[in-house]
Design a protein around this ligand. Structure first.
Ligand code: NDP
Length: 479
């Protein structure tokens, strides 16, 4: 069945490519868009490198806190001098425990129940919140999927229970996450690999939307970047929406709270740096859930297929590496001067403002089809056309005013400012917490390139008109 699906998809692609060969005007849009069909050697090498190194990188950043008080250089110096060996470091790391497995099983099951069995009611009483059943963006094959948006509700219930436990019930210690951190790493890896492998096999045996599957012919690339676009179980269990949002992002704020509780337990106080990290990251997380319907229109859902990159990334990379600042502060409790704390807060809030306003402007512009006000004026835009995989001709608009007229990805710039603020909250004692800003810079610059490649394939000459009108990506006048 899978090869028939793949062949049909390839035939359709060839048919469409030949139809679109000469088409690069507004009337006749560009060729096939969406994830690559052919893999170049550079992408393949990057994929294999990531598959081989990413799990060790996560282990390294967590292990150095456990064994070296978050010094990144100390283990390398010890390995070089022979004082430590890979084996001795490995032997000192806590191993898998059944307690951690139970905690993680309860956690993931609880999130599945909240996702699948508790339809959203918050949109009925929260003004301006778009929850409940929402449409996703048009897929390359021309489908529009429906999603049950109830992430904010799940976040609220989970955190209310966490609070009730900490204040009244005392079923478990609020430090539970920190206390089981490395054993939990093994459990998250098991789920991350299981989900990615299941999605890979499912794409061959029973894909949800065969028309939106992409087989590149390279098994590593397929495993990592995914084959199915929107794998689902049943009508509603959407892998992308669930794994990114629920075990990953709902956990983010709980993990930070657990770190704060650990600081309190160890030192008898919580530092202002820890409070800053908790507050700034909580704003980002809450923003994500408040705008979960908007997330349906982002690259994760509109472009990426579901493979190891998203499956393992959401289960392991996100909860462990996005929370490095809090982990660092447990081992190195930094109390910032008032001026330093104020500067971090300002940077974080300005970054958040740029990030949210930019995203909001695009969302408003697209939702109203340009019939809105941006910075007090009617927005300017470029009309464009594109074709979906079913051959349908569609029209779209690229805004050239507001933040989208200043640079093509100012939402990424704002995100980077916020990320730098989290790191700067940890002071300048170690480079460990700064890994996050390095990673986010690589991720978002690479995302610029990927997104622009996709848009150029989708819109052809219309995209070129947009890049002529708005020539810079992240920093006007520089990049
Ligand atoms: P965007 O939200 O910027 O979406 C890009 C898409 O928007 C393009 O593919 C195009 O899609 C459309 N578009 C581009 N230019 C215009 C324009 N001028 N007018 C109207 N529409 C336009 O990108 P992402 O999905 O990557 O990011 C969403 C947010 O998530 C960002 O703020 C980013 O910082 C954040 N993010 C955070 C991550 C994290 O790990 N913390 C990871 C990734 C993202 P179309 O086909 O519809 O035209």
């Amino acid at each position: 069945m899978s090869s028939a699906v793949a062949m049909e998809a390839t035939r359709r692609r060839q048919r469409l490519s030949s139809n679109w060969g000469a088409s690069e005007t507004t009337e006749e849009p560009a060729g096939q868009w969406g994830r690559a069909w052919e893999v170049d050697w550079f992408s393949l090498s990057a994929v294999i490198l990531l598959l081989c190194t990413a799990p060790f990188l996560v282990f390294f950043f967590v292990m150095v806190c456990d064994q070296y008080q978050c010094s990144v250089s100390q283990p390398l110096v010890e390995l070089y001098s022979g004082e430590a060996t890979l084996r001795s470091i490995w032997d000192k790391a806590p191993s898998f425990t059944w307690t951690a497995a139970q905690i993680y099983t309860v956690w993931v099951s609880f999130q599945v129940v909240l996702y699948m069995c508790v339809p959203d009611i918050t949109h009925k009483f929260l003004p301006g919140y778009a929850g409940g059943v929402q449409d996703g963006a048009r897929t390359p094959a021309g489908l529009i999927n429906k999603y049950e948006i109830n992430g904010l509700q799940s976040w609220l219930i989970t955190h209310a229970l966490w609070y009730a436990n900490a204040q009244y019930f005392h079923w478990f210690s609020p430090t539970i996450i920190f206390d089981n951190w490395i054993p939990l790493l093994w459990c998250t890896n098991i789920l991350g690999y299981a989900v990615s492998t299941f999605a890979f096999v499912k794409a061959y045996l029973f894909p949800t939307n065969p028309e939106d599957c992409k087989f590149t012919g390279n098994v590593f690339y397929n495993y990592m970047m995914g084959i199915e676009f929107n794998p689902r179980i049943g009508k509603w269990f959407d892998f992308k929406l669930f794994f990114n949002g629920r075990p990953g992002i709902v956990a983010w704020t709980l993990i930070n709270l657990s770190y704060a509780a650990k600081q309190q337990e160890l030192y008898g106080y919580v530092t202002n740096s820890m409070i800053l990290v908790n507050v700034l990251q909580a704003i980002y997380v809450l923003d994500f859930f408040w705008n979960e319907a908007w997330y349906l229109k982002t690259i994760d859902i509109c472009h990426d297929h579901f493979g190891w990159y998203l499956g393992w990334g959401d289960c392991v990379w996100l909860p462990f590496l996005y929370t490095l600042q809090g982990l660092y502060l447990v081992y190195n409790p930094v109390q910032l001067s008032t001026a330093h704390a104020a500067a971090v807060l300002l940077l974080g809030l300005v970054g958040y403002y740029v990030f949210r306003s930019t995203n909001h402007q695009k969302d408003l512009f697209r939702r109203t089809d340009g019939k809105c006000s941006i910075w007090g004026n009617k927005p300017t835009f470029i009309e464009c056309a594109y074709r979906s995989g079913d051959g349908g001709l569609h029209h779209s608009k690229l805004m050239t005013s507001g933040f989208w007229g200043v640079a093509r990805h100012l939402n990424y710039t704002g995100d980077l400012m916020g990320s730098l603020a989290y790191c700067a909250a940890c002071g300048f004692g170690h480079i460990h917490p700064y890994f996050y800003i390095v990673y986010m810079t690589i991720l978002l610059v690479h995302r610029c390139v990927r997104d622009e490649h996709r848009c150029s394939s989708k819109y052809g000459k219309d995209w070129k008109r947009y890049t002529d009108a708005v020539p810079y990506r992240l920093l006007p006048g520089i990049f």
